[in-house]
Write a protein that binds this ligand. Structure first.
Ligand code: PBG
Length: 331
């Protein structure tokens, strides 16, 4: 009788052994929890395509924030649903805009919570694009103007820092946005405020439910002239390289699940913290399957989150954060 030369199963024999050789662990420290804040009173409106995720008015936000902090989650990412939209997205940089108000309130209730502000114009423009749109003189085609958009993005970032944001997270994929925002923040006296760049953001169908949630779908065309082609990975390196050169403090890959190769590459090639955004459709698909009894939600969610960490994510932005923390505590 010949025996196997190597027996991998020895270290899998008991739960104790398995936990000792486990290479990756998840903890509450890993998560950033996204929130959608809206005007009005006593608004808690579930987003139909994202069960368990709500539009919350400011008066109901406090209880939510206290729950998040009590669970041990360290950070939230704030999105605003404004009460007015225009061509220039002025509600994005209104000092009394919904995001600015929410930042001030959250820092008042939970000063230690790390508040990340999504810095973009698409929720605030009537055309739903992430920047200023102009008609190309030669062709008559509507284009998103890079440099004009940068100015407004800088104003948005500075107003968010003024309100008390700890981290500015520009997501509009204009060229030079990290450099412009860094300069704007420094000039305004916010040189200590970090930039988490949505460095590698793909033009993805996985944002569908978010656009319902944030009312931010483009009213014409798509985002393919500024967000990346899902077919490309070397381009992701160029995007990340320029953000590093421009002074980004953290790099994001978005979406997460279909792009774990990119997460791994960024982790290997750069020495900045890497953040994976587990986006809306990645959440909704699990929720829908679980509601049908087709998958076990808890196991699936913890498996996908650990996979993101294993691929190299230092942090994960996820709508599953509250559930995941409860499950990790064994609840
Ligand atoms: C804003 C923004 C989007 C998401 C985060 N910030 C939408 C988009 O680019 O269309 C998507 C998040 C998600 O799907 O969960 N630009």
């Amino acid at each position: 009788m010949s025996f196997p030369i190597v027996r991998h199963r020895r270290l899998r024999r008991t739960g104790g052994l398995r936990s000792m050789v486990r290479e990756t662990v998840l903890s509450a420290d890993d998560f950033i929890y996204p929130l959608f804040v809206t005007h009005g009173k006593e608004v808690k409106e579930e987003i139909p395509s994202m069960p368990g995720v709500y539009h919350l008015s400011m008066d109901l936000l406090e209880a939510e924030i206290r729950e998040i902090a009590a669970l041990g989650i360290k950070s939230v990412l704030l999105f605003g649903v404004p009460d007015y939209k225009d061509a220039h997205g002025s509600s994005a940089y209104d000092p009394n805009g919904i995001v600015q108000e929410a930042i001030r309130a959250v820092k008042g209730w939970a000063p230690e919570l790390v508040v990340v502000a999504d810095t973009c114009l698409c929720q605030f423009t009537d055309h739903g694009h992430c920047g200023i749109v102009h008609q190309d003189k030669a062709t008559g085609v509507a284009v998103v103007d890079n440099d004009q958009s940068l100015e407004l993005l800088v104003r948005t970032a500075v107003s968010q820092a003024e309100a008390g944001a700890d981290v500015i997270a520009p997501s509009n994929m204009m060229d030079g946005f990290v450099h412009a925002i860094r300069a704007g923040l420094d000039e305004a006296g916010y040189s200590d405020i970090a930039i988490l760049s949505y460095s590698v953001k793909y033009a993805s169908a996985f944002y569908g439910p978010f656009r319902d949630a944030a009312h931010s779908a483009p009213q014409f065309g798509d985002r393919k002239t500024y967000q990346m082609d899902p077919a490309n990975s070397r381009e992701a390196l160029r995007e990340a390289e320029s953000d590093v050169a421009e002074g980004a403090d953290m790099l994001m890959v978005k979406p997460a699940l279909s792009y774990l190769d990119i997460v791994k590459t960024l982790k290997e090639q750069f020495d900045l913290p890497v953040v994976a955004y587990n986006v809306s459709a990645e959440y909704s698909m699990v929720k829908a399957a679980a509601a049908n009894g087709w998958v076990d939600e808890r196991s699936i969610v913890l498996e996908k989150l650990i996979s993101m960490k294993r691929a190299g994510a230092d942090m994960i932005i996820t709508y599953h954060a509250k559930d995941a923390v409860r499950w990790l505590k064994g609840e």
